[in-house]
Write a protein that binds this ligand. Structure first.
Ligand code: IPM
Ligand code: MN
Length: 354
């Protein structure tokens, strides 16, 4: 009996379902070649369901999703739903409920991809951001005082627990060790100003570092980190950082690797249900046009297989993406690829199954 993995698919809003369909095409073809099975179950969570039913997720959503080996997510965000509702009610809720405490975001410039940085090559841009995914400024802690009056006060608190910080830093050290490239871990924080939150991160970082004498430690303030992304991205191997800093720096990371068309990420709970997604949004203006770039979703599918332990199939997907980019694709911007969404999916899928 071939091994079977149960995958929950949430295509979501806008172009989410279109890119996920191409990802599934590629995943199926890789699974056939490498001798395992993928059993996909689709869930209609997203803006349209919310507008129809009035609830963001059904009451049994988490009991249902908990039965799966992983979740494959397209995008959330609907033009008729106020920003924040679906993001908080679906995406962030998943991250919290499943305690997906790592947001893993590789930043890798593939050969043949146009890089906005002058004179930087694939050798210079190859690092991974390990973003804490359940704490910091994302917990929703805080509140208003005297809302709507001239004396209004708004407080938004960054929650950093020793346990949360430590498990993230530990994951990052392990990742740097397993990755085995530059064997360097950079802590990105703001110790010169955030003398409580960044202090906890810094102390924990150097304490855990003692268990990893063969991993070089490095520190950069968050503002300097983004400067280095542009000036000397080759400095980085693995970066560990808090939730909001990680959110911000990985958008710049996506740009230097060629854009949101290629940037993928994993929301990881090493012992639970993890969720994989392209970094880009729902891009409603491209919906239904067969023009959106599906490569980020395909790469997210590859990350999912890697997480499930199907390393060879994951490697084959990455190689196929690289090959299609190198030999066929004109540009990574949606509509400028020289091929349609489905054609790009077909090309990668053919290659990955061969
Ligand atoms: C991301 C997104 C989300 C975040 C939004 C949509 C809530 O920007 O995954 O990076 O801020 O984490
Ligand atoms: Mn973001």
């Amino acid at each position: 009996m071939p091994k079977t993995y149960k995958i929950a698919v949430i295509g979501g809003d806008g172009t989410g379902p279109e890119v996920i369909a191409e990802g599934i095409k590629v995943l199926k073809s890789a699974s056939q070649k490498y001798g395992f099975k993928l059993d996909f179950t689709h869930f209609d969570y997203g803006g349209n369901r919310y507008l129809k039913t009035g609830d963001i997720l059904p009451g049994n959503a988490f009991d249902e999703l908990r039965k799966f080996d992983a979740i494959y997510l397209g995008a959330v965000g609907h033009p008729d739903v106020k920003p924040g509702i679906l993001e908080k009610g679906i995406l962030l809720r998943m991250r919290f409920e499943f305690d997906q405490f790592i947001n893993l975001r590789p930043v890798k410039l593939y050969p043949g991809v146009d890089c906005p940085l002058k004179d930087k090559t694939p050798e210079d841009i190859d690092f991974v951001v390990v973003r804490e995914n359940t704490e910091g400024l994302y917990t929703g802690s805080g509140g208003f005082l005297k809302k709507g009056t001239p004396d209004e006060v708004a407080i938004q608190e960054s929650i950093n627990t020793r346990k949360g910080v430590e498990r993230c830093i530990r994951y990052a050290f392990e990742y740097a060790k397993k990755r085995n490239k530059k064997r360097r871990l950079t802590l990105c924080a703001k110790t010169n100003v955030l003398t409580y939150a960044s202090d906890l991160w810094e102390r924990t970082f150097y304490e855990v570092a003692e268990e990893y004498p063969d991993i070089e430690t490095d520190y950069a303030h968050v503002d300097a980190t983004v400067m280095w992304f542009v000036k000397n991205p080759e400095r980085f191997d693995v970066i560990v950082t808090d939730n909001l800093f990680g959110d911000i720096i990985t958008d710049l990371g996506a740009m230097i690797q060629g854009g949101l068309g290629i940037a993928a990420g994993g929301n990881i709970n090493p012992d639970g249900v993890s969720m994989f997604e392209p970094m880009g949004g729902s891009a409603p203006k491209y919906q239904g046009k067969n023009l959106i770039n599906p490569l980020a979703a395909i790469c997210a599918g590859g990350m999912m297989l890697d997480f499930l332990g199907e390393k060879d199939a994951a490697g084959a997907i990455e190689k196929s993406v690289m090959e299609v980019i190198r030999t066929r694709i004109k540009g990574l911007a949606s509509g400028k690829m020289g091929y349609s969404t489905t054609e790009v999916g077909d090309m990668v899928s053919d290659m990955a199954g061969r």
